[in-house]
Write a protein that binds this ligand. Structure first.
Ligand SMILES: Cc1cc2nc3c(=O)[nH]c(=O)nc-3n(C[C@H](O)[C@H](O)[C@H](O)COP(=O)(O)OP(=O)(O)OC[C@H]3O[C@@H](n4cnc5c(N)ncnc54)[C@H](O)[C@@H]3O)c2cc1C
Length: 417
């Protein structure tokens, strides 16, 4: 029997609308940890991303970004799933804020810069971004049966939103990650995986940075979670909580001694090859295989303005659901529904071929154009596929060679140029 590594599977192209759910159930259901459903909060696709950007109103963003409940008070933009998959690239989001009040504009752009920082870090140190900054605090777990106790309304409500919508505001990501690590002493990487399973914007770049920031990476100071934040940002969660008179997070957590840095990662101080980290500046042809016959799309860059799609408007696009990877990850089906909706939407404007299997095997013998993606998985797959032409990634800032051990060190390097 041929294994999943050797099968080549061409799937029917998904159709826009609710059919995407059925399509995922039929063709990818065995790769998901749950029965695939759509997130009730987000639709995938360029059209949905364009609508989100066109209706972006940043007035009051700086003051309300951290609000949690009621939902009507939230100031977060909810652009992250579209930014994650390149339906809105960072330069476009940056420009989209041009008309906003100055305080809101600069706060929003600062957050975009955090996304860029996470990407630079991942592009430079690769999967060592899970250990390069700082290990989890070394402390024994005391008195917590579970890192996210279901009886705590502030915790269970947020876990429910994570698992149902596949999204959380930044504030509750900080609560959950702090409860998991700083309070309960559980290992951050398991918590990060719980987030990654469900988040529509889940990326190893930003998610790992977020979890490590919570345990004190880059700042040396872990983020403490207590009832104070819940009362301030979502008071009804406290009012309705069964533990309201016996709140286990009434006080601030005791000071947690950081575990200290692991062996210093030399790449955090200096990048000997920033050109390679940033990828090509102009389209790079391999010179052997003639003209491309298709555009290979990756999950990093699924937007209409993907540089490879843009440069080859008449070529079909091909996307491969990476079977070995998805089997290992066991993501929630709503993440794959978001991708299927995105491909279905793209297919209303150009030919889209959807495959499932091992990426290089699925693309064997094809001359493809692709956009460089600043993630280690792309490097490995591109080496096996051997694209005919690689187009540059659309950075907000080109990666520099200087220190990136903290956000402020990284920003200094950006400003210095
Ligand atoms: C523990 C933890 C895990 C996280 N995991 C992810 C993740 O997997 N993917 C992800 O994109 N973000 C992650 N973040 C960052 C941030 O919480 C989300 O980007 C933000 O909540 C998305 O909502 P929004 O689009 O409304 O953000 P807004 O506040 O409207 O910000 C606009 C955009 O800026 C970027 N951004 C904002 N804050 C951050 C940040 N702290 N780090 C990186 N980018 C940021 C996002 O692209 C976001 O869409 C995580 C944060 C924490 C604390």
């Amino acid at each position: 029997m041929p294994g999943p590594q050797t099968r080549r599977v061409l799937l029917p192209t998904p159709l826009p609308g609710p059919d995407a759910v059925e399509w995922v159930r039929t063709h990818l259901g065995d790769l998901c940890r749950d029965t695939p459903v759509a997130s009730p909060a987000f639709r995938g696709g360029q059209r949905a991303a364009d609508t989100a950007l066109a209706t972006l109103d940043l007035t009051g963003y700086a003051a309300r970004r951290n609000e949690v409940l009621p939902r009507s008070r939230r100031g977060a933009t909810r652009l992250s799933p579209y930014i994650r998959h390149g339906l809105i690239d960072l330069p476009t989001a940056w420009t989209g804020a041009a008309g906003a009040p100055s305080r809101d504009r600069s706060k929003f752009r600062d957050e975009l810069a955090w996304q860029e920082y996470a990407r630079h870090l991942y592009a430079r140190v690769g999967r060592r971004n899970a250990t390069a900054l700082r290990a989890a605090p070394a402390r024994p777990a005391t008195g917590w049966d579970e890192p996210w106790p279901p009886a705590m309304n502030c915790v269970s409500t947020c876990v429910d939103e994570l698992e149902t919508d596949g999204w959380l505001v930044n504030q509750t990501r900080m609560w959950l990650s702090s409860q998991w690590t700083v309070r309960a002493g559980a290992e951050w990487r398991r918590g990060e995986d719980r987030f990654f399973t469900h988040l529509l914007d889940g990326s190893r770049a930003a998610n790992r940075l977020g979890w490590q920031w919570t345990v004190g990476a880059g700042t040396g100071k872990p983020y403490g979670f207590s009832r104070w934040q819940v009362r301030k940002r979502a008071p009804q969660l406290c009012r309705d909580c069964a533990l309201s008179t016996a709140c286990p997070i009434e006080d601030w957590p005791p000071d947690v001694p950081g575990a200290g840095r692991p062996d210093p990662e030399p790449l955090l101080r200096h990048d000997p090859d920033p050109e390679s980290t940033g990828g090509p500046r102009t389209p790079t042809y391999d010179g052997e295989h003639g003209d491309p016959e298709a555009v290979w799309l990756t999950a990093e860059s699924l937007g209409d303005t993907d540089p490879a799609l843009d440069a080859h408007p008449d070529l079909p696009a091909v996307f491969v659901f990476d079977e070995p990877l998805l089997l290992r990850l066991q993501l929630s089906g709503k993440r794959l529904v978001f991708l299927a909706e995105t491909l279905a939407d793209l297919a209303t404007r150009r030919d889209v071929e959807v495959r499932r299997g091992e990426v290089a095997g699925e693309l064997r013998g094809r001359a493809v154009a692709v956009t460089h993606a600043p993630v280690p998985g792309f490097r490995a797959r591109a080496a096996a596929v051997g694209p005919t032409v690689v187009h540059p990634w659309r950075w907000l800032y080109r990666p520099h060679a200087g220190p990136i051990g903290s956000y402020s060190a990284w920003r200094k390097g950006i400003r210095a140029r």
